[in-house]
Design a protein around this ligand. Structure first.
Ligand code: ARG
Length: 471
């Protein structure tokens, strides 16, 4: 069979042009969605009296046969048939004869491909909410186990103030919560039906777009037919959300890599998530977080790629838009890989509490607290800051830490110091003194864990509900 659109042509397509313009090698990933959309479309053609019901039945049965053949790997897609839409239509016509040619009534590949992408992405968005929720669960598990683990908190990667390790992990739970909410919010813009827009202007057939939308579980239809076929905002929005998730994962990766270095030794990643060196027998490399950090680059690249493709494109469809797919599939795969590995890697990570404690005991991260101590004794904060700065300098010059100083040594800097200073400087005290909502005090962090667990249950419910809806 020649090209389905071959009527107005007198020559065969140049072989290289055929290969250059074909998208089947990658858009075959949309086969399920393409058939799903066609089944709804042809059902509507029947109910609206556009195609006789017996033909509709033949087409539907044919589509289901094509679907099962594709699933069995029995259909060989060809570049000559350009893309997934043409390949499936051709297979349908081979299956049921010329009546299969009625399927494309009142439809264009422009609204068809957009519909496929909407169907595809809404499933992925729900799956990603589920995967993020699993990662939050792993972080929450580690946080609950580390409510008594004190670790230096950093600014400028310099030790700043001691915090609970649980508090540090809960920061990521908050970050991934925003990612979840962004994905959930994007669902409403993805869940809109373009089909019925035709090539760009609508169709002369008396179709019922709302009927198709209802069948496919879309909440509504595109308002404007030109917009329906030229909109790729929903893909850009997904790529942007994915970029943000990868950025968060990459920050966590950086910390995992640092923490598992000999210099820190705060955590040890499970052997199952590390690899060795071909030459240095002692090595255990944190490849997973390194690769997640590295792959963040390609996810950003896919976002910028599509933003650039869309820039300056005149309405409505242009072939340029076929370039929306590879980056999207690549981002989906990259993000799936990262999230699937991260949850078990976090939950199997060993936390070296002693080593963290040792780090806290050997730093000046309790300095703010003695400044605050002097403030409570009536000294203005700026003066207290100066006094403690001098005290710290004295410690550094004499190879001591704040807890090592005798009260007489303290008195060189201020007469306000009394023996209760030693209690103030204890790491537990320093941590628990920050008893503000969202702060690192044990009671606050434990309340934050409870709140996050409740939110997690809501996400579970959302997932249950939308997982079936998105199929
Ligand atoms: N393979 C095409 C794409 O992905 C499908 C739409 C083709 N439309 C057209 N007018 N040639 O964009």
């Amino acid at each position: 069979m020649s090209k389905l659109w071959g009527g107005r042509f007198t020559k065969k397509t140049d072989q290289l042009v055929e290969e250059y313009t074909a998208s089947i090698l990658f858009d075959k990933e949309l086969a399920e969605e393409d058939i799903q959309g066609s089944l709804a479309h042809v059902t509507m053609l029947g109910t609206c009296g556009i195609v006789p019901l017996e033909d509709v039945d033949k087409i539907k049965n044919g589509l289901l046969k094509v679907q099962s053949k594709i699933r069995q790997g029995e259909i060989e897609f060809t570049v000559g048939d350009e893309d997934i839409h043409m390949n499936i239509e051709k297979a349908l016509i081979e299956e049921v004869g010329p009546v299969g040619g009625k399927l494309h009534t009142g439809r264009s590949r422009n609204d068809q491909v957009a519909t496929d992408m909407h169907l595809y992405l809404r499933k992925r968005v729900v799956e990603f909410v589920g995967l993020l929720n699993k990662l939050q669960e792993a972080l929450l598990g580690q946080a609950s186990q580390n409510l008594d683990t004190i670790v230096p908190g950093y600014t400028h990667l310099q030790r700043a103030q001691p915090i609970l390790f649980a508090h540090h992990l809960m920061a990521y739970v908050s970050m991934f919560q925003r990612d979840i909410e962004r994905l959930q919010d994007s669902y409403k813009r993805i869940n809109v039906l373009p089909l019925g827009a035709g090539a760009l202007a609508g169709t002369t057939f008396p179709i019922d777009r709302h009927f198709v939308a209802q069948q496919l579980g879309f909440d509504g239809v595109y308002e404007n037919s030109l917009d329906a076929v030229s909109d790729r905002d929903f893909i850009i929005e997904f790529l942007s959300n994915a970029s943000m998730i990868m950025m968060h994962l990459s920050r966590l990766s950086e910390e995992m890599i640092l923490w598992s270095s000999t210099e820190f030794r705060f955590v040890e990643l499970d052997d199952a998530f590390c690899t060795g060196s071909s030459i240095m027998p002692q090595k255990k490399n944190p490849d997973v977080p390194e690769l997640v950090r590295g792959k963040t680059g390609r996810v950003y690249g896919n976002l910028f790629g599509l933003l650039t493709v869309l820039k300056s494109l005149p309405l409505a469809y242009n072939k340029d838009m076929q370039e929306d797919k590879e980056g999207m599939f690549d981002t989906v795969r990259t993000l799936q890989g990262a999230l699937q590995l991260y949850a078990p890697m976090v939950s199997t990570m060993k936390v070296n509490k002693d080593r963290m404690r040792q780090a806290v005991n050997q730093d000046f991260s309790n300095a703010t607290d003695i400044a605050d101590y002097l403030v409570n004794k009536g000294l203005p904060f700026r003066q207290a800051h100066e006094v403690i700065g001098k005290t710290v300098l004295y410690c550094i010059q004499n190879g001591k830490f704040l807890l090592d100083l005798k009260i007489e040594e303290y008195h060189q800097f201020s007469e306000l110091f009394e023996s209760d200073i030693y209690a103030v400087l204890q790491p537990e005290q320093v941590v628990n003194a920050r008893n503000v909502y969202g702060g690192t005090a044990t009671g606050q962090v434990s309340a934050a864990i409870s709140r996050a667990e409740a939110v997690k249950l809501q996400t579970d419910e959302w997932f249950e509900q939308f997982y079936n809806k998105s199929k």
